[in-house]
Design a protein around this ligand. Structure first.
Ligand code: ADP
Length: 348
């Protein structure tokens, strides 16, 4: 049983009450949706029930316990009576599905024998028995959410609270998750689900508590429906798309993270050949090294320089006469031009 009696919550930084005289009674074994726009006060109700926050005024009783009397050091003990599924999953990325569920039992003081017996049963409830050895990065969004639910129900709590459990999921997966919550409720667990998803609520026709600006504005006991106004429906759709993209990125990041833990052995380095760079890219210091011609080229070089044609006639169209005498190296025009561009040492 969950009972909120005239609960008001004022956050220090906000002059408007997040909850304004909220009174609510959820019977043992009930299934209830709490709906409302973003900022309506849904998460604050959950924080009141989990004792993450205390009310400014009013009383809260959960499972027969008056939360006013739960001292700070006993809060973890109190929370172990509740199963809570958070919107952002909060799974341990370095642990397998089995270990994630086992961890919830470990911190609750279960013996290793009890853990070994309980975890497979819980994984069977959420239909993930064949994924026990997988890491969260290898699971789909719906499977991750099922692990989160498995973890929340592993201790068989009397009350299960799910904060936007279908956010970021596709339509088919949403209905799988809701069916699972329904099955958990059928086994006698009280279930409170917050959502702003019209379809999820309207397909189930359960109790629907509508919250607006920190006040309960409607409470439909059975066959409840939820209708968002058009602007809110559009804003909710946009927020859902953005959240889904963020979730995909998060999952991709996780995969990269795990991939970088085991780097591939670098085998290809030895086979990489150094590319010959064109002379313009060669560093300056290597230009000074004298370059020896390859053997084949050296053999092809004639021992005597080739005879140079000499102009003997004034007629520019007359054929040149080949002189038998080899020209002196110093008198060749090519050598002269090299001399002309030879840098002046004193300038350098
Ligand atoms: P919902 O879950 O429906 O989106 P919340 O319960 O988160 O709504 O918020 C209800 C109101 O309380 C909002 O106006 C929000 O800005 C305010 N609020 C929530 N948490 C805090 C906080 N820690 N500090 C100040 N204001 C807060």
């Amino acid at each position: 049983m969950i009972l909120l009696d005239h609960v008001t919550k004022l956050y220090p930084s906000d002059p408007r009450p997040a909850l304004d005289e909220v009174s609510l009674h959820i019977e043992p074994g009930e299934f209830a949706f709490m709906v409302g726009k973003s900022g309506a006060g849904k998460s604050t109700v959950i924080k009141m029930i989990t004792k993450e926050e205390n009310p400014t005024s009013g009383n809260i009783t959960v499972g027969g316990i008056d939360l006013k009397y739960v001292k700070k050091r006993y809060i973890p003990h109190y929370r172990r009576r509740l199963g809570v599924v958070f919107q952002d999953f909060k799974l341990l990325p370095g642990r397998t599905v089995f270990e994630n569920v086992a961890f919830a039992l470990e911190i609750a003081g279960f013996s290793s024998k009890e853990i070994k017996n309980t975890v497979p049963k819980v994984l069977e409830i959420v239909e993930l028995q064949d994924k026990a050895k997988k890491f969260p990065s290898a699971l789909s969004g719906g499977e991750i959410q099922r692990v989160a639910i498995a973890r929340a129900v592993a201790r068989q709590p009397k009350i299960l609270i799910a904060d936007e459990p279908t956010a970021n999921l596709d339509v088919l997966t949403k209905s799988e998750i809701i069916n699972l919550l329904q099955r958990i409720n059928d086994s006698g667990t009280t279930v409170l689900v917050t959502t702003h998803d019209e379809n999820v609520v309207n397909n189930l026709r359960k109790r629907v508590i509508t919250i607006k600006d920190g006040r309960i504005v409607a409470d439909q006991k059975d066959g409840g429906v939820y209708r968002l106004d058009r602007a809110s429906a559009e804003a909710a759709a946009r927020a859902e798309v953005a959240a889904r993209v963020a979730a995909r990125l998060r999952q991709a990041e996780n995969k990269n993270l795990f991939a970088s833990e085991k780097p591939e052995p670098v085998k290809h380095i030895r086979t990489v050949k150094t590319e010959k760079r064109p002379i313009s890219e060669t560093p300056l210091y290597s230009i000074r090294k004298p370059v020896k011609a390859p053997v084949a080229m050296r053999r092809a070089t004639p021992k005597k320089p080739a005879p140079v044609p000499v102009m003997t006639s004034r007629d520019p169209f007359a054929a040149p006469v080949v002189s038998k005498k080899a020209p002196k190296a110093s008198s060749s025009p090519a050598t002269k031009s090299v001399k002309a561009i030879k840098p002046n040492r004193s300038v350098i």
